[in-house]
Design a protein around this ligand. Structure first.
Ligand code: SAT
Ligand code: MN
Length: 615
């Protein structure tokens, strides 16, 4: 009997046994043998445990406790400068064949990758504590709930996972003696030999050693070298998107990079909407937006991930598998997202923002004056007027969803909420109109598949260049993107197409020169109102070659000081721009080869024809 198993049997006699799940016990023991941690801690998910770990990190210099009156229960962490965002180049889908991973994913042979990873993980937790984090994605009694176990040597990961997931004893109980779980192994990749002093943010600074690896065949995750965000909080992009997308394909549901919101009209009718935008394109802002249109109420159900299944009545139902927000801090202000500011007033972890001398935080475009002098995200003295940014562009807050002042009462409903519309979007300074309704489901899938956006700081690559990001899933789909499109198209065979949501494409980011054409934020409620009217069958639209656009006067612009020319430009069909767009989409589609569904090729051809007959 191994050391650990012995320990648990002994504990069982004291009635404190953590689990009787033999598979879990065996896996933990294997990982202990491989990684050689000094200690093992099974997380129970209690407040006491959370507080203890936060205090431990304050002593270690990882956390700075913020002022108890200004930010009660809040902490600031600063990451290593090499570890500030997801590393897409180091993220792999190791399916049996390269073909299954498709042209949009990095692939490596699973057996070779496993050997390489074992080499990296060998002894990587020396001197550290191995934390066992049982967690559930989705309400425990939801038909879509999945149990994951993350093994990590990072207490920062533990406390973030407690905010972001249903973590601790309840998840372990749900797993039971024989339940299945998704193994998620994580290490910061910084062993502490011979009592070496620890650093505030241990990680593997050599980017070529960082690996975020998914094994579709065994549905497991191995992440090495980074302690930041989606690289390390493995319930999020790794499990709830990449691994879940594989499970969803097999089981006939959808795992999507989408926010979920509800909108209630002045007449009291509630509509549930999902929206897919790439990382750092305003999902969190839209998810908890304050409508400027009188009488309309918006509530938030989730800001990042939606798991969607066909309900008994044939409609699509969405749940938010998470329990927190891991939102981009810079740009979050009273104007852009007042509800997020309220959500982060307490019990929040801030990473890579500015520390104010009075023990509060600050970031660029927060809408409040910067401190005369503060400490920037790199731990250096920083003063306002400094040419250096104080907060990192991908600085984040981790806040409990329940603290959002406009959280929807149904946000943790196990059955989910029925979806009436799906929105796609991205940052497109030209060509793409403010809002465009798809003719039908197939056209909607086409719009989603061709979605593009200017890149942002959420991942390490050049920011501000246009990249196609189908369904905002480019970095998050666990299999061949062509098959993913086919999976979406198949929904018309799984349910009555009349019950499927309407699909729209929105673009808040149109520019004329350097000037934004649309005010965005709360004013986006005007676009959402038109979408609700289209669902209701009352909103007017004109059929154009690219889709149904709001008819003149159909978009409620009352009280908005929008020049008529800007309004016209936002809703015009830029035929030449779209012709260029179709050529670009054709080039991009080519890489999917014969895995591109014929329906989408057909959609592109028809669009091209419509554009050519229009001129
Ligand atoms: O770091 S995360 O992947 O969780 C954030 C994001 O890119 O959306
Ligand atoms: Mn995201």
């Amino acid at each position: 009997m191994g050391v650990l198993a012995f320990l648990f049997v002994r504990k069982r006699k004291n009635r404190t046994m953590v689990t009787s799940n033999a598979k879990l016990l065996a896996w933990v023991e294997d990982v202990v043998q491989l990684c050689q941690p000094a200690r093992v801690h099974w997380c129970d998910g209690t407040q006491e445990e959370y507080d203890r770990l936060c205090n431990l990190m304050v002593s270690a210099g990882t956390f700075t406790a913020l002022d108890k009156n200004l930010r009660p229960g809040c902490f600031l962490a600063r990451s290593h400068p090499s570890d500030v965002a997801r590393v897409e180049d180091r993220t792999y889908i190791c399916s049996a064949s390269k073909e299954e991973a498709g042209p949009t994913n990095n692939w490596a042979d699973p057996a070779e990758m496993k050997e390489k990873l074992k080499g990296l993980f060998r002894g990587c937790m020396v001197g550290r504590t191995l934390y066992v984090i049982p967690f559930a994605m989705g309400p425990l009694d939801s038909p879509l709930c999945k149990i994951g176990i993350e093994l990590t040597d990072s207490p920062y990961v533990v406390v973030n996972m407690r905010i972001m997931t249903r973590m601790g004893r309840a998840a372990l109980e749900k797993l039971g003696a024989n339940g299945e779980f998704i193994p998620c192994l994580h290490s910061v990749g910084a062993p502490l030999h011979n009592g070496n002093h620890d650093v505030p943010w241990p990680c593997e600074p050599d980017v070529s050693k960082k690996h975020i690896v998914h094994f579709p065949e065994e549905l497991s995750i191995w992440s090495y070298g980074s302690g930041y965000g989606g690289n390390a909080l493995l319930g999020k992009k790794c499990l709830a998107l990449r691994i879940a997308s594989l499970a969803a394909r097999k089981e006939g549901w959808l795992a999507e990079h989408m926010l979920i919101l509800s909108l209630t009209s002045p007449q009291g009718k509630t509509y549930y909407l999902c929206a897919a935008f790439p990382s750092a394109c305003g999902k969190t802002n839209l998810a908890m937006m304050q409508p400027t249109l009188p009488g309309w109420t918006l509530r938030c159900l989730g800001d990042d991930i939606a798991w969607i299944r066909i309900g008994k009545d044939g409609r699509l139902y969405a749940i938010n598998p998470e329990t927190g927000f891991f939102g981009v801090a810079p740009g979050t202000s009273q104007k852009s997202n007042p509800n997020a500011l309220k959500a982060v007033a307490r019990n929040t972890i801030f990473t890579n923002v500015v520390l104010r001398p009075e023990g509060d935080i600050w970031w660029e475009e927060m809408g409040v004056p910067p401190p005369a002098k503060g400490i920037d995200w790199e731990g250096k003295e920083w003063f306002s007027g400094n040419c250096r940014k104080g907060a990192h562009a991908n600085a984040r807050f981790t806040a409990p969803a329940a603290q959002c002042p406009v959280i929807d009462p149904k946000w943790d409903n196990p059955e989910g909420v029925p979806i009436s519309a799906i929105l796609f979007g991205g940052r497109r300074p030209s060509t793409i109109p403010l809002v465009n309704e798809a003719f039908d489901w197939e056209h909607g899938v086409f719009l989603g598949s061709a979605a593009g956006s200017e890149t942002t700081a959420a991942a390490i690559h050049q920011a501000g260049v246009l990249r196609r990001d189908p369904f905002a899933m480019l970095p998050f789909c666990g299999y061949h993107m062509g098959d993913y499109f086919a999976h979406w198209l198949l929904l018309t065979q799984r349910t009555d197409r009349a019950k499927l949501p309407k699909v729209f494409f929105v673009n808040w980011f149109r520019k004329s020169g350097d000037r934004w054409l649309w005010p965005g934020f709360g004013e986006n409620s005007r676009v959402l109102k038109w979408i609700c009217e289209r669902i209701e069958g009352t909103g007017h639209a004109v059929e154009t070659p690219i889709g149904n656009l709001p008819a003149p006067g159909a978009l409620d612009l009352t009280g908005l000081d929008l020049p008529a020319n800007d309004a016209a430009e936002l809703l015009a069909v830029d035929t030449e721009g779209w012709k260029k767009e179709t050529r670009d989409i054709a080039g991009y589609y080519a890489k999917f080869g014969d895995r591109l569904p014929a329906t989408l090729e057909d959609q592109l051809r028809k669009l091209d024809q419509r554009l050519n007959t229009a001129t």
